[in-house]
Design a protein around this ligand. Structure first.
Ligand code: NAP
Length: 307
């Protein structure tokens, strides 16, 4: 099949944000497959910090799902015609995306491509963060920003890992559905909460300060993100009085994404994980999706259809 030379893509166009542009179809490297993208997802950092993570003219987005139209020349990864999901910075909101085969997973027949596109950035991060906690069997785990993409995935995965999950959200309506996903408690304040073994925090600032004070001796806190955009301060003197063995560290997701993505897709296929798509629409309405995400109106992931 001959491929088109040109494609449409949503590119970063400061100061206004996004622009639909015509550009060359990417030439995949030897270890990359070329994907005809059908769905792409929004991640907070790409849209809230677009000017930090993208240069003018960059294609926006990382997460996509579609059909392989060119298999990798080195023989790795899926073949032509396979349904896949993948992750690659600054390339996803485009009709074609070249992705390293190490960061691609084949989508099981039971899983639709919109659901698959919702997984890479948020759910793989949540999976790796939950793993970083070690065993959470029978232990309380607090997830902050539990209403969002990473948060809704973390709630489900921590519950699957045997944790008693406390889901913290900004307002009651933001927490809808979290009990069904496995949260034992859904709270809108950290005041008067019983101690927890671990914290998975995506909000930062005062929320992380308060969350850290809840961590039991020998517990652990991970800072995954900082949507609040505030500097964090800790009272380590108080931590010492609590027992002083609560490490806190900055989590960063790492590749390859393929194996973790495949695991999550299998969970979706088995109805053990829900991708939590809270906004679904055309990529021509990407601006509306971005506004909704930044206004904290999306429960979970926003997914664009490249129609
Ligand atoms: N370290 C890594 O490798 C990694 C990987 C993926 C994501 N992240 C980071 O994780 C964070 C969350 O990503 P996401 O995709 O889950 O975003 P999201 O879907 O927008 O969810 C973030 C949640 O944070 C809360 N929030 C948003 N703005 C806030 C504000 N100004 N003040 C307080 N709370 C606010 C909201 O909860 P309420 O409305 O309920 O308050 C929202 O649901 C981001 O900072 C992202 O960059 C890091």
């Amino acid at each position: 099949m001959s491929l088109p030379q040109q494609m449409r893509a949503l590119v970063f166009d400061p100061p206004h944000g996004l622009r639909m542009a015509e550009g060359a179809v990417p030439r995949p490297g030897p270890g990359q497959a070329l994907i005809a993208v059908e769905y792409a997802a929004l991640n907070w950092v790409e849209v809230a910090r677009m000017d930090v993570v993208h240069r003018p003219g960059d294609i926006v987005g990382r997460d996509s799902a579609g059909i392989v139209v060119c298999a990798a020349k080195d023989g790795s990864g899926p073949g032509v015609g396979e349904r896949v999901a993948g992750f690659r910075p600054a390339s996803a909101w485009a009709e074609f995306q070249a992705v390293d085969t190490a960061d691609i997973a084949v989508v099981p027949a039971e899983v639709d491509l919109a659901s698959a596109a919702a997984l890479p950035g948020a759910a793989v991060s949540a999976l790796q963060a939950v793993r970083r906690l070690g065993s959470t069997l029978g232990r309380r785990v607090l997830v902050t920003g539990a209403s969002g993409g990473v948060g809704r995935a973390a709630v489900q995965l921590a519950a699957l890992a045997g944790a008693e999950v406390v889901a913290a959200v900004g307002a009651a309506g933001r927490g809808l559905g979290l009990t069904e996903l496995g949260a034992s408690e859904v709270v809108t304040t950290l005041d008067n909460l019983s101690p927890v073994y671990a914290v998975l925090d995506v909000v930062g600032g005062d929320t992380l300060t308060a969350a850290y004070e809840l961590v039991e001796p020998d517990g652990v806190a991970l800072s995954i993100g900082s949507t609040a955009g505030q500097v964090v301060s800790f009272d380590f003197e108080a931590a010492r009085r609590r027992g002083g063995r609560q490490p806190i560290s900055a989590f960063a997701v790492s590749g390859p994404f393929g194996p973790d993505l495949a695991y999550l897709l299998d969970l979706v296929a088995a109805n053990r994980f829900d991708p939590q798509i809270g906004w679904h629409g055309s990529w021509h309405d990407a601006g509306t999706a971005i506004t909704a995400l930044l206004n904290r109106e999306v429960r979970g992931k926003a997914v664009l259809h490249l129609d």
